[in-house]
Design a protein around this ligand. Structure first.
Ligand SMILES: Nc1ncnc2c1ncn2[C@@H]1O[C@H](COP(=O)(O)OP(=O)(O)OP(=O)(O)O)[C@@H](O)[C@H]1O
Ligand SMILES: [Mg+2]
Length: 180
């Protein structure tokens, strides 16, 4: 099974994907790290302070694995059996991204994307609601256990088709977004 762990930068994809892969004894494919190691970076987007990768090369490489945990901000781009989108409340995400030393502009963009559910919407558009799952990663133990349950059961009742999704588009979060 190819399990994709997606989400805005800092939501905890690598932290969780590594552990899931380790526990299941399947490869952890960190697309961003692989892009650097294997030379898939085609250009630098200075405006977004990010690297643009050759998606066809990444897809071809990932497609050679039948079982893997795929860890990518662009989860929907890779063939997979399920997408689990990690979510993180804006204030917590702010702390995590500031600790990484990201610029205020980059933190702002990422928090806006989180508030607007960009990763979740992209996953649903590509995979459909039945194959898209959402897990809030604030407490790591709880998040890990939620992810494990989704993978173990693959129960559609846990998918966003049946579960209410998070709601970060609040006045408080928008005020926070404009405070830095
Ligand atoms: N539940 C959590 N509680 C506290 N800290 C966490 C939690 N989950 C992740 N972190 C921390 O947040 C930071 C970001 O996590 P991580 O690197 O796993 O995110 P990511 O989604 O892989 O980011 P990127 O897209 O940039 O690769 C790390 O320092 C990690 O240790
Ligand atoms: Mg990561």
């Amino acid at each position: 099974m190819r399990i994709c762990i997606g989400g805005t930068p800092g939501t905890g994809k690598t932290t969780i994907a590594k552990r899931i892969a380790n526990d299941r004894n399947i490869p952890h494919l960190d697309v961003s790290a692989l892009a650097h190691e294997r030379g898939w970076i085609v250009e630098r987007d200075d405006d977004k302070d990010t690297d643009v990768i050759d998606v066809a090369m990444a897809r071809a490489y990932i497609g050679s694995y039948d079982d893997a945990v795929i860890d990518s901000h662009y989860a929907e781009m890779f063939y997979n059996d399920m997408i689990i989108i990690l979510r993180c409340p804006p204030r917590t995400l702010y702390q995590r991204l500031s600790e990484r030393g990201y610029s205020a502009k980059k933190i702002h963009e990422n928090i806006l994307a989180e508030i607007l559910d960009i990763c979740l919407i992209n996953a649903i558009e590509s995979k459909g609601k039945e194959k898209t799952f959402e897990v809030v990663n604030e407490n790591l133990i709880d998040a890990f256990s939620d992810v494990e349950k989704i993978i173990e059961t693959n129960d559609v009742r846990l998918s966003v088709k049946h579960k209410k999704t998070v709601h970060f588009l609040t006045e408080e979060n928008l005020v926070f977004l404009h405070s830095f």
